[in-house]
Structure formats: C-alpha cells, structure tokens
Design a protein around this ligand. Structure first.
Ligand code: HEC
Ligand code: HEC
Length: 374
C-alpha cells in the first residue's frame, strides 16, 4: 500500500517536473483549450472516412481551414488563393476555359485542376498520386512555382502579422503558434467536410427513394456492363470508375487500383503520370482515375484538360480512338480497340445517366462560400 502511494507521488512529481520543463513547441495544450469536436456526417452507405488520428476535426479547425483556402496571401503576389483554381460552382475544379491551371504571373501548369469533394475517402492525391494525405497535399501548391509561387516562411509571417489568425490558430490548435503543419491540418479538415452525396444517382442507388427514367436506366446499364461486340454494347466504365458499392467515389476505384492508363496518349513524353512517382516504366501514362461524379460541371476532362465536352468524352470512349500506349489498361482494349459503334441514341442514354451524377446541393451550398466576401 505504502509503496504504491510513494510510487504514485513520485510519478506525479516527475510528471509535474516534465510539464514545467517542456519546450514551447512540445507543451501539451493548456487546460483552457476546449475545441468543439466535429463528427463528419458520413452519408448512409458510405464507408468510414480516412481521418488521421493526429488531426481530429473540430469546428474551429474547419473554420480556420475554410478561411485559409480562400486567402490570397498564400500567393507570392497576394492575387491567388486555393479557391482561384478550385471554384465551388465547378465542384472546386477550375474555370471551364482553363485546360491547365494558371498560377502567379500567368504561369501555365501542365495539368487540369481537380475537383475537390469526397476526398475524406481517398488516399492518394494529384493526378499522379504524389501526395499521401490531404495535410501533405495542402502545402504543395504554395511552393509550386506554377501555382502560388511562394514559400512557407513567407506565408507563415503574413498570417502571423494578421489581426485575426493568431486567435483562430489558438482556437483550432490550443495556442497561437502558426506553423506549416497546422496550416496543412486546418485546410485538410475543411476539405474533408466537402461531400457530394445527394445526386439523383445517390437517391436511386443508395437511398432508393427515386427511380431513373427509362433512358437513364439504359445508360446506367451501359456504364455497368462490359462491351461485347456481338452482344451487350456496354461501356466498361465500371471497371475503373467503380461499382455501386464504391459509388462514394465513382473514380479512383479501390485502394491499390487507383491509377490506370485509359489510352489518352500514345507516348508520355509530356507527362509520365504515375511513373513520375514510382519510376516504373509500366506506370507511364497512368493517372488517377478521375471521378465521374458531378462531371456535368468539371469539364474540360482528363489530367491535361484535353477533352472539352461530354459529347467528346463519350466519343472518346466509344470510338477506340485511343492511341496505343504499351500500358493501356486491358479494359480499354476490348478486341483490339474496336469502335464500339454506339448509335446516337445509345450515346444519349449514357449521357442521361452521367447527368444523374450531378449534385447541385453541393454546388450551391452556402457553407463553402468565400468567407472574405461575407
Ligand atoms: C494555380 C492553380 C491551383 C492553385 C492555386 C491550387 N491548386 Fe489544387 N490543384 C491544381 C492542379 C493543376 C491540380 C492537379 C495537379 C497535379 O496532378 O499535378 C490540383 C490538385 C489538387 C488536389 C488533389 C485532388 C485529388 O483528387 O487528388 C487538392 C486536394 C488540391 N489541389 C487542393 C488545393 C489547395 C488546398 C490549394 C491551396 C493551398 C490549392 N489546391 C491550390 C491547381 C491549383
Ligand atoms: C481502363 C480504365 C477506364 C475505363 C474503362 C473508363 N475510364 Fe474514364 N478515366 C480513366 C482514367 C485513368 C481517367 C483519367 C485519365 C487522365 O486524366 O489521363 C479517366 C477519366 C474520366 C473522366 C474525366 C474525369 C476528370 O476529372 O477529368 C470521365 C468523365 C470519365 N473518365 C468517364 C468514363 C466513362 C463514361 C467511361 C465508360 C464509357 C469510362 N470513363 C471508362 C479510366 C477509365
């Protein structure tokens, strides 16, 4: 008994000593810090999201991340924020006239800016998957010379000089320290709240509270069926863009299976895609399988924005115009790239189904508007 209490007293004194000696950056948050934890509203039928244990979501963190996402002080010349290339009205993709993104001083990037939603369920980010978390991803555009063209120390100094940010960081993380790590964490928290789960497709397939029109149903069957030359004239889309079970993504199918070569280019001299990360010749020309959710508004399509309209996209998958790349996915190469020869009516069915994937509730959700314009 006595020995136990001595041990406890000793343990407590060691703890008190340790706490009183901690360096500023390792000190535990003060007792007065009590953030409001945020429970991500997981839509019925969606799996558990990937939220890193060291970045729990809080209302304060999300609010901070929201502000950072729209803050033009991120760019070297104070003209661009994340939202300058990721517009809510286009599901956080870029403006339709930008095949590739335009950074500070009009610098042209080499890729089309991606949509941002349902990223809480993903694990690889960018067309080549080079970022392994949203926290890591969020810092990369800041230092990219073709994007925000800035440095992290400059951004930190600007935020430190602001009248509001120190208190927002304190509310989100326990003290006023502004660090790149916290910037990444706050933006990631905000991005995880951007969810698209209320399209007609969701209401029919997951929630079972609506029905497709006959045309949409026929298009749906094309999406989810193999092409066979003398039989069903399906589109094979589901091989890469997911099944009903993975409908929360409708792209980037599965964990190990997220990068494919859909035959967009014959050679990959301009952009090796996934091979930039893995250095494997077999990954040349593979890109993250883009989501088909909300594609009505995310044109132009593909990593290089080379497909302008939905009609062109359907024609791309119809005609087998795909240039031969040695890495082309077998699911694109049915019978040696024969033309699927879809009729106009069939193309219309596929388009009708693809339109059911639009979720206007996200597009116009006031929760994601520019906080600087309020
Ligand atoms: C100049 C335009 C531009 C700016 C500014 C910009 N982005 Fe992007 N974003 C892009 C482009 C282009 C890609 C695809 C790049 C690639 O694959 O190499 C992308 C990709 C992404 C992705 C990956 C999505 C996915 O599905 O993998 C996320 C997340 C993202 N951006 C968030 C941000 C955040 C956060 C900021 C601000 C810190 C930001 N972006 C600033 C153009 C921009
Ligand atoms: C072999 C796998 C595969 C098949 C089959 C496939 N896709 Fe894709 N899809 C991809 C890949 C990979 C990308 C991204 C390619 C790139 O950017 O270079 C993509 C991109 C897209 C995009 C553009 C996404 C964006 O953000 O720009 C749409 C829309 C699309 N596919 C629709 C379809 C439809 C409809 C079908 C069926 C007719 C289909 N896909 C069949 C792999 C596939």
């Amino acid at each position: 008994m006595k020995r136990n209490s001595i041990t406890i007293v000793a343990a407590i004194s060691v703890l008190v000593f340790a706490l009183s000696r901690c360096k500023k950056e390792d000190c535990p948050p003060p007792d007065s810090w009590s953030p409001t934890y945020y429970t991500l509203k997981v839509p019925a039928g969606f799996p558990e999201p990937n939220i890193p244990a060291d970045n729990p979501m809080t209302y304060e963190g999300i609010e901070l991340g929201h502000r950072l996402f729209f803050d033009k002080r991120f760019s070297s010349d104070n003209t661009l924020s994340c939202a300058s290339c990721h517009h809510q009205s286009f599901f956080f993709a870029d403006l339709p006239d930008r095949k590739v993104s335009t950074g500070v001083n009009g610098a042209q990037g080499k890729r089309n800016a991606m949509v941002i939603f349902n990223l809480a369920w993903q694990e690889h980010f960018f067309w080549d998957g080079r970022a392994m978390s949203l926290e890591e991803q969020a810092l990369m555009p800041i230092e990219d010379p073709t994007e925000l063209n800035n440095t992290l120390p400059v951004v930190v100094a600007r935020l430190e000089a602001d009248s509001l940010y120190p208190s927002l960081f304190k509310a989100a993380f326990g003290d006023e320290a502004i660090t790149p790590e916290r910037i990444g964490k706050a933006i990631a928290q905000f991005e995880r709240t951007i969810i698209s789960s209320n399209s007609k497709f969701d209401r029919v397939e997951r929630l079972k509270i609506e029905q497709y029109t006959p045309e949409e149903q026929l298009g749906r069957d094309m999406f989810f069926t193999d092409f066979t030359p003398s039989g069903i004239r399906g589109g094979d889309c589901f091989h890469c863009h997911g099944s009903v079970e993975t409908s929360y993504l409708m792209g980037a199918f599965g964990r190990d299976n997220q990068f494919k070569n859909n035959g967009l280019n014959a050679t990959h001299v301009n952009d090796k895609g996934r091979a930039d990360v893995t250095n494997l010749a077999s990954d040349e020309g593979k890109f993250k399988v883009g989501t088909v959710r909300n594609m009505e508004w995310s044109f132009p399509y593909m990593h290089n924005g080379s497909i302008a309209t939905i009609a062109d996209l359907i024609e791309f998958y119809n005609s087998g115009v795909h240039e031969f790349s040695p890495n082309i996915d077998p699911n694109m190469s049915v019978n040696g790239f024969v033309d699927k020869n879809w009729t106009q009516v069939e193309k219309g069915h596929l388009e009708a189904f693809l339109m059911t994937l639009t979720d206007d509730s996200l597009r116009f959700d006031p929760a994601f508007q520019d906080p600087f314009e309020k």
